[in-house]
Design a protein. Structure first.
Length: 266
């Protein structure tokens, strides 16, 4: 009797015992001085990674001074600057010698109802889309030299469903989602996975004004299945998943973390 063929058995497995292990990985987190970026950066540090925290805020230097000096460095950079991606990449390679993971989180929001102005549009796209692209391009080039890595773009459900009064933010986040897919297609053969996380409403400095308004807080909560806003630390798990071997066959996806906002009907 002939043995049946089993294509799965021909694939060699090299999976570690702990699929979510990120210890000793070198991780860049942009927008790391507050909110989601800070929570994620501190979470990676707690899980043994070496982390490059980037933001334009002066407070970043004092913040990173409280971390283990052997595992964390600060790089002040403005993502609207054309050289920001290269600047952060150079600093990372000079300190740690490689890049394993990029959490591309830096963003701004400049709400505004019609009539829209050109300055708001251009500034938002410069940071949220062009800046993210330049950072991802620089990191990917470095990852190619060291055998691969994982890039995670932090977009938003505003890039999936229509949100009022902020078309530049929505357009940038929608563009970021498709940028991930395009880059994932181009870099897959170089062992670089590129995915997108789309958060819903999370309580951060950026959203504090809405949260502190009882009516707006309730309205946004009612859109979710879970009836509440997200906490920044609840983005750590999705980032650890996409950064680790647990997602070794995952690329080009949108991972929506919104408490059920986009899935809710009535």
């Amino acid at each position: 009797m002939m043995a049946s063929s089993n294509p799965v058995s021909t694939c060699e497995s090299h999976m570690p015992d702990n699929l979510f292990d990120v210890s000793e990985k070198v991780v860049i987190v942009t927008g790391a001085s507050r909110g989601i970026g800070r929570a994620v950066a501190e979470g990676f540090l707690a899980h043994g990674a070496r982390v490059v925290l980037s933001a334009r805020s002066e407070s970043l230097l004092e913040q990173v001074g409280g971390y283990d000096a052997d595992r964390a460095i600060a790089v002040r950079a403005d993502m609207s600057d054309a050289d920001s991606g290269q600047q952060i990449t150079r600093a990372t390679l000079e300190t740690f010698g490689r890049i394993d993971v990029l959490i591309n989180n830096a963003a701004i929001t400049l709400p505004g109802a019609p009539p829209y102005d050109d300055a708001t549009w251009q500034t938002t796209l410069d940071v949220n889309l062009s800046g993210a692209f330049r950072m991802a391009r620089a990191a990917a080039d470095a990852m190619v030299e060291t055998g691969g890595g994982s890039i995670v773009h932090v977009a938003s459900i505003a890039g999936i469903v229509a949100m009022p009064g902020n078309p530049s933010y929505s357009a940038a986040k929608a563009g970021l989602r498709h940028l991930s897919k395009a880059m994932a297609n181009d870099y897959a053969e170089r062992n670089i996975r590129i995915n997108t996380i789309c958060p819903g409403y999370f309580l951060t400095d950026m959203t504090r004004a809405s949260y502190d308004d009882p009516q707006r807080q309730a309205e946004r909560s009612s859109h979710t299945m879970m009836g509440r806003w997200g906490r920044p630390e609840e983005l750590l798990g999705p980032c650890l998943f996409l950064a680790s071997d647990a997602s070794s066959y995952v690329t080009g996806i949108d991972l929506i973390v919104d408490g059920g906002w986009t899935g809710k009907g009535m």
